[in-house]
Ligand binder design. Sequence first.
Ligand code: MG
Length: 374
Amino acid sequence: MGDLAPYAVDDSNSHGRGVPEPRPKVRSEFQRDRDRIVHSTAFRRLEYKTQVFVNHEGDLFRTRLTHSIEVAQIARSIARALHLNDDLTEAIALAHDLGHTPFGHAGQDALNECMRAHGGFEHNLQSLRIVDRLEERYGAFDGLNLMFETREGILKHCSPARARELGELGRRFLDNRRPSLEAQICNLADEIAYNNHDVDDGLRSGLLTLEQLEQLSLFARHAAEADAEFPQISPRRRVHETIRRMIDAQVTDLLAESARRIAAAAPHGLEDVHAAPALIAFTEAMQAENRALKGFLHQHLYQHYEVLRMTAKARRIIRDLFGAFVADPRLLPPQYQHMAATESVVRATADYIAGMTDRYSMKEHRRLFSVGEL
Ligand code: MG
């Protein structure tokens, strides 16, 4: 941490915690944030939440937990290479998906539909709600009482209406200012992680084929490189040798373009970063390749009929659960009944459902809808 850039976030230029606390004795403030996130209940739940493939479909597919760890690993490397705060970067990355519902985007879409008349549901805001309020672990405060910049990084996007409710944290969305470079890194590290691991999981599941992937320049180019270096390796190793080259190419491109933009903007401190356009970015050429990869995954993996069948089931489970609890809030567990009384039934229901793991939501569905199930 000795060679942080002057425009990196650190303990001394941070806006600090909502509830003041004594400084940690041996760690930095952002190491403490990371550790609080790792010790949270919501973090452990990520192990049983869907990334693309539902947890019970196979033991080797990414889950929200392994996805978050991959994002943290990529983001930390980028932060360190750019002399930015890698503890903050890691904390944001590990927390960025805490608010995800069971069943990935299908679950989020279904809960958002259920909540439409009540302001909607957005996993990004839910992540913030978890670290600000829902975790119940500390004597002196609700939530994890994280540093301002960690919370700022978790809140990736936000509507103007919501931003107005969030006070200081929401202001940048209204003033069109950028978050820290550490937060910007996490956004793009997320993209690098899922684009690449979804190719890997897609192949492993058999829903994607190598023939399809060879149509993508990003994949074909790096597969050819792997073939030239290792003409005799097994198909499984070839896939990994290709994907590791894709990740490396994206990270290398991002580092070069970001270093170029930082040099051109020459920020003197954090204020300049907030006022500048995005300084962490891919080159135009890599952005185009990433768009092609994303479009490919959308068409061939996320819209695959086997994935859509799972998606349809997931929607039904979320909708059924939501409907049952809202129709009769007495079916909610006691702590959520308390929240229903102090906030609202729909809010308590959304918090309860969003916190569920895939398998817990399926079990809860059986308990509520299957006669003979306890
Ligand atoms: Mg993510």
